[in-house]
Design a protein around this ligand. Structure first.
Ligand SMILES: CC(C)(COP(=O)(O)OP(=O)(O)OC[C@H]1O[C@@H](n2cnc3c(N)ncnc32)[C@H](O)[C@@H]1OP(=O)(O)O)[C@@H](O)C(=O)NCCC(=O)NCCS
Length: 190
């Protein structure tokens, strides 16, 4: 897990002076990063609402940052469905993922769903998305979920790398999407 982060690679990050650079390692990032329930860090909600609005507002007619703020408050809980997780280091938010009862109006019979997986662009390809997905899967397993679903227009390859399988291809909200599933028993974990 987090093999990319644990690799001792140097990344360069602007220092506070702006002119020079300080070096941090991905190992440092892994040590510092936490994943926890958004309910314990509600101050991240406005940033998360803005990021996810910018990424997905075209999928929801009438969407707004304010509505997303309300929804995130409604979905924030502890170990139950729905719940939202955030990955962060101190005040710096890296990304988020949710466990929700339904994410696709045309498939109400399928439940529950991994949804809203998002990592801030500057923090991608460091293992954070994979860690968030695994955290949601672990939570679902703890809650007794046997099978988890997701849909994605663009990231099927990311999820198949994490052990997810094709469930169906369909058209949803005028987009071609891939619906995927993951059986949550230990032998199927990747
Ligand atoms: C998709 C997303 C969550 C991935 O997050 P990330 O932190 O960059 O992913 P990771 O670093 O954990 O990547 C894990 C593996 O998946 C691969 N991967 C990452 N993004 C990928 C993508 N979009 N397509 C295919 N593979 C991808 C990585 O190369 C890595 O593979 P490796 O372990 O063999 O090196 C992130 O790009 C994102 O937020 N995108 C915008 C929102 C989105 O598309 N969400 C998911 C779809 S609904």
């Amino acid at each position: 897990m987090l093999h990319k982060i644990f690799r001792e690679e140097t990344i360069r990050k602007p220092s506070f002076s702006g002119a020079s650079f300080c070096a941090i390692t991905l190992r440092d990032l892994a040590r510092a990063m936490q994943i926890d329930y958004l309910a314990n860090h509600l101050h991240f909600i406005p940033t998360l609402a803005l990021w996810t609005y910018q990424e997905w507002h075209h999928l929801r007619p009438g969407d707004s940052v304010e509505r997303r703020i309300e929804r995130l408050h409604d979905e924030s809980s502890g170990s139950r469905i729905p719940t939202v997780f955030v990955a962060f280091n101190g005040p710096e938010l890296f990304g988020s993922a949710k466990l929700v009862a339904n994410d696709m109006e045309i498939r109400p019979e399928l439940t529950p769903w991994l949804a809203g997986v998002f990592v801030a662009p500057q923090n991608r390809r460091r293992g954070i998305g994979a860690a968030l997905v695994r955290r949601v899967m672990g939570e679902a397993r703890t809650l007794g979920v046997a099978r988890l679903f997701l849909y994605t227009p663009t990231a099927a390859q990311f999820y198949s790398g994490l052990g997810w399988s094709l469930f169906e291809r369909t058209n949803y909200r005028e987009m071609d999407v891939t619906v995927m599933s993951h059986d949550l028993n230990p032998s199927t974990d990747k």
